[in-house]
Design a protein around this ligand. Structure first.
Ligand SMILES: [Zn+2]
Length: 364
């Protein structure tokens, strides 16, 4: 609760106070956190502006306001009726509130900018760095199972008959409760959601299609050595390597090239397992699915790097920074594959494997 409340408080100055200041030949440009979304909007990239505004400004505020309210109520021994729903939404927003990912983006942008011009980290950015670090601490120290049991104790499994478990809070109810809201968190209880496989396949295919322009087209224009230079994802990695920033080059390569590719391959592997009713390596496939679901959001680093430098790199026709056509395509790959991973139910792989076993052996 201390971490969560601190993040919430720090987000206020982080959003209002100066973020980055650049200066060159005695002229300077200053940004605040929301300038990133504003600059994308004025440059004609409304989708990017919307994503940055949501993932960096709105959803982090919402997540930590909800989390602080829920933990505060439990701390004071109050149990309002919205507690379960509030905690479920706070958990859901965890992967969409990307303070930690933006922090890495800010680090890469700072390293890139400071190689060309003078950059100053403002008070807003310092508050943001502290908030992002504390958001990681809040996540690491939060014991979700414990909080759920404080909201309402776990139910005893019924003595007979089939049971269903809530996917959001693990509350167990008799199978006859299917289709009704969970008594603890309000999520709809269902043994298996309909059409999850179809949705995952459609979204994964969309991700593969978008991955091609995202890697071929230029992602941004940045003055490298004070010349406007367009670069795509891999050229950006090479550029960082040539500047001697090998650690950052490896980081951007992993986040922007390797992770989206691994996500698409991993999701495809899991989907094929269901379609072929494979009985092999189910534990490995379930682990791969968990990794894909967890690492997805870290690919937003590259769009966030661009978001950091665009508002403070508007000097003249030569020294300017701008997102290019691959940037929205790339951001869509990240979001679409995150939704695809979310839509997939790994239990389908086990269902399909079970259905491949002949009936007499299944119950042996
Ligand atoms: Zn529940």
């Amino acid at each position: 609760m201390a971490c969560s409340a601190s993040v919430l408080l720090l987000l206020i100055p982080a959003n209002l106070l100066p973020f980055l200041t650049t200066s060159i030949f005695g002229v300077s440009r200053q940004s605040i956190l929301a300038s990133s979304a504003g600059a994308m909007w004025t440059d004609g990239w409304p989708l990017l502006a919307l994503m940055i505004g949501l993932f960096v400004v709105v959803l982090p505020l919402l997540r930590f306001a909800l989390l602080t309210a829920v933990l505060g109520c439990l701390r004071m021994g109050v149990r309002p009726h919205w507690l379960g729903r509030g905690f479920r939404w706070a958990n859901f927003l965890q992967q969409w509130a990307m303070l930690d990912v933006f922090l890495v983006g800010l680090w890469v942008a700072y390293a890139r900018l400071s190689a060309t011009i003078s950059v100053e980290v403002g008070v807003g950015a310092i508050c943001f760095i502290a908030a992002a670090a504390l958001s990681l601490a809040a996540r690491a120290t939060l014991n979700q199972g414990h909080i759920w049991r404080l909201i309402a104790p776990d139910s005893d499994p019924p003595a007979s008959g089939a049971v269903c478990s809530c996917l959001a809070c693990d509350f167990t109810v008799p199978a006859t409760h299917e289709g009704l809201p969970c008594p603890r968190c309000g999520d709809r209880i269902c043994a298996r959601e309909k059409d999850t496989l179809g949705r995952t396949i459609a979204l994964t295919l969309a991700g593969i299609l978008l991955y091609i322009p995202a890697n071929i087209l230029p992602i941004a224009t940045l003055p490298i050595g004070l010349h406007p230079t367009q670069y795509n994802i891999l050229q950006g990695v090479i550029d960082l390597g040539q500047a001697g920033l090998f650690g950052l080059a490896l980081l951007v390569f992993t986040a922007s090239f390797a992770i989206p590719m691994l996500k698409l391959v991993g999701l495809g592997y899991c989907v094929m397992s269901v379609l072929r009713r494979s009985r092999r390596r189910l534990i490995l496939k379930t682990r791969i699915y968990r990794i894909v679901e967890e690492i997805g959001r870290w690919s937003m680093v590259d769009p966030f790097v661009i978001a950091c430098f665009v508002p403070v790199m508007q000097y003249n026709a030569v020294i300017f920074g701008r997102a290019e056509s691959a940037a929205p395509a790339f951001a869509c790959v990240v979001v679409v594959t995150m939704i695809a991973a979310r839509a997939f139910d790994p239990r389908l792989m086990w269902d399909a494997a079970l259905s491949a076993i002949p009936a007499p052996r299944r119950f042996a």
